[in-house]
Design a protein around this ligand. Structure first.
Ligand SMILES: NC(=O)c1ccc[n+]([C@@H]2O[C@H](COP(=O)([O-])OP(=O)(O)OC[C@H]3O[C@@H](n4cnc5c(N)ncnc54)[C@H](OP(=O)(O)O)[C@@H]3O)[C@@H](O)[C@H]2O)c1
Length: 370
């Protein structure tokens, strides 16, 4: 048997990576904290709460596909937290497959999920391995809630809203801007339909009096997860921050992108989007506070005569992400997933199980209503 630690966190010194490490320690799972700078990894790992009782090692890697495959070889699970995933995901997932590892990431970019489903789904399935992008707050929580809705009636239509309050990190801000260039789809009669570009949506959020502003934000993962689903015909997902002012800013950026940046060549588009993102968030925000950083996921299910709603009230979206990712990794270390190939976290580990682990740590609570 390999004496290699079973989980590799790639991007471990990032805001999300360090939370995955924190929860892996709680699950008593040994891990490798990997990234491109040993100094940054050491600095961050030294401050992870309880790290003195974790079994881990730090590995610096330049991050080419070959180097990553060598690093992953002998491990069981790769937890990739290096986004934007449309840019950084391909070399990591390919290396995970080459090394025979299950692949998890925290990227919620729909374009990335479409790519994983189309390019890697079957190849992972053939090797009995799981490829589960978006094993994270956005959108594993709402996907779990959606699957509870599907169980409770003749539901064929899902409307899904995910909102959070918080300070997006450097990586998240880069990603929020990077997805503006991608095509976003919803599902209508189980076919992909493009969302109109640069369009704002007023949304009624349970638990708040003021209307909030949401965007299609690249389309979210659900249409990809439910494509081909035997029960589901229509899926629309939107979301955003529970802060109108920030959302007005992002909506304005989408408009500027369409008018001034989309006509430019792709590399120039990417460069301009990255510069705009860096101007908004250049650093790492402080640790989350559960009294400030609240989350809400709302899933409304409709059939011809049935209606059901599942609302998940929660807190600290990055902590939720760290916990979901660590929970998934420890499941894979200890047992086989329920589904291999391309799958959502709810398909691979169970919708109730995901909601339960979040509730057990006081991070969220789901409520069904009809
Ligand atoms: N779906 C969700 O709910 C959810 C939740 C949280 C985060 N995310 C996504 O996850 C990603 C990371 O977010 P975060 O909050 O952890 O961001 P972060 O704090 O900025 O951390 C990003 C990590 O990625 C590393 N990295 C960035 N570019 C790299 C590259 N080219 N090669 C190697 N390493 C690189 C960084 O390393 P250095 O320090 O060396 O730069 C750092 O370790 C973003 O795409 C974000 O949108 C999604």
């Amino acid at each position: 048997m390999s004496d290699k630690r079973p989980v590799v966190i790639y991007g471990a010194n990032g805001f999300s990576g360090r939370l995955v490490a924190e929860f892996l320690r709680e699950f008593n799972i040994s891990f490798i904290a990997a990234g491109r700078s040993r100094a940054r990894l050491e600095e961050v790992m030294n401050h992870v709460p309880g790290i003195e009782t974790a079994d881990y090692e730090i590995v610096e890697t330049a991050g080419s596909e070959e180097e990553l495959a060598q690093l992953f070889s002998g491990a069981k699970v790769v937890c990739n937290t290096v986004g934007p995933f449309i840019y950084n995901g391909p070399r990591v997932i390919e290396a995970a497959l080459e090394a025979g590892c299950h692949y998890l990431d925290i990227g919620g970019e729909q374009a990335w999920l479409r790519q994983v489903s189309e390019k890697w789904g079957e190849r992972f399935a053939k090797r009995g391995l799981l490829a589960a992008p978006a094993t994270a707050f956005m959108s594993a929580v709402s996907d779990s809630a959606a699957r509870l809705c599907l169980e409770s009636g003749a539901i064929d239509t899902l409307e899904i809203l995910t909102m959070f309050k918080g300070n997006p990190t450097f990586g998240s801000t880069q990603t929020i801007f990077a997805v503006i260039q991608t095509e976003a789809y919803y599902l209508e009669q189980n076919q992909y339909k493009p969302w109109p570009r640069a369009t704002r949506y007023e949304v009624a959020v349970p638990g708040t009096i003021q209307m909030q502003l949401a965007l299609a934000w690249g389309g979210f993962p659900h249409p990809v997860w439910f494509k081909g689903h035997p029960q589901v015909a229509n899926v629309r997902s939107f979301g955003g921050l529970l802060d109108r002012q920030i959302m007005e800013g992002i909506a304005a950026t989408e408009k500027v992108f369409e008018e001034q940046i989309r006509p430019l060549p792709r590399p120039e588009q990417e460069k301009r989007l990255a510069e705009m993102a860096s101007a908004v968030q250049g650093g790492t925000p402080p640790r989350e506070n559960s009294r400030e950083h609240r989350t809400i996921d709302v899933v409304v299910g409709r059939g011809s005569t049935d209606h059901v709603q599942c609302t998940v009230f929660g807190t600290c979206c990055y902590r939720q992400t760290g916990l979901i990712q660590a929970f998934a990794a420890q499941q894979l270390v200890r047992a086989a997933p329920r589904k291999v190939g391309f799958a959502s976290a709810a398909e691979a580990f169970g919708a109730r199980e995901i909601l339960r682990v979040l509730e057990s740590r006081g991070l969220s609570k789901a409520r069904m209503s009809c």
